[in-house]
Ligand binder design. Structure first.
Ligand SMILES: C[S@@+](CC[C@H](N)C(=O)[O-])C[C@H]1O[C@@H](n2cnc3c(N)ncnc32)[C@H](O)[C@@H]1O
Length: 180
């Protein structure tokens, strides 16, 4: 019995170490960790989608969907809209994919900079200031007038937000809303 427990512990430790190393590799490569938004921020972001979604909006896109919690929430809250999560880091992507089984969330293993945003109506992000600066030109070129970007914590370099929503809690943060 002790042998089985020891073997299982060893297997779990090796798997955990492997996943951690892989995540570390992707964090270095992509410039941001796969830390998820807190439930409080996620809930507020859902309210903001509700507030900003207009007639004619059809697609929510989450750039860097991590472990898939926010994309899953969006599918649950807005079943009449199509939600797509884009993620490049392997294990978060696979986990998001599993989470999408049996519901309509689309999860894609892609680079956010290569993903075509011309059909995106509501974009969700929790990335970094550097990513937001890098994405500003792409979004300005590709997004349709009336598209909305809801970004937790990080803001564009030049474009001014239409609204800033402060949140208090374990981590004080802000959500930035941009209407194109
Ligand atoms: C801080 S996490 C946010 C996760 C999720 N959006 C949430 O709010 O819970 C940022 C995610 O963006 C992903 N990411 C960063 N750069 C990316 C890129 N160029 N292409 C695809 N995913 C990227 C990271 O792998 C990471 O999982």
């Amino acid at each position: 019995m002790l042998e089985i427990i020891l073997t299982l512990s060893l297997v779990c430790t090796v798997v955990l170490l492997f996943v951690t190393l892989f995540n570390e590799y992707y964090q270095q490569r992509l410039g941001v960790s796969c830390m998820p938004t807190t439930p409080k921020v996620r809930a507020r972001m859902m309210e903001l989608i509700e507030e900003y979604a207009k007639d004619g909006h059809a697609n929510i896109v989450e750039l860097g969907c991590g472990w898939g919690g926010m994309a899953r929430s969006a599918t649950k809250h807005f079943p009449w809209l199509t939600t797509t999560g884009i993620e490049k880091s392997l294990f978060p992507y696979l986990f998001s994919k599993l989470r999408a089984v049996g519901n309509d969330t689309n999860i894609r293993h892609e680079n956010i900079y290569k993903y075509d945003l011309t059909n995106a109506d509501i974009i969700l992000c929790y990335l970094s200031n550097q990513h937001m600066e890098n994405l500003e030109e792409k979004m300005t070129k590709e997004l349709k007038p009336g598209s909305v970007v809801i970004s937790s914590t990080f803001q564009f370099g030049k474009k001014k937000p239409d609204k800033i929503v402060p949140l208090t809690g374990v981590y004080d943060t802000k959500i930035y809303i941009y209407v194109f």
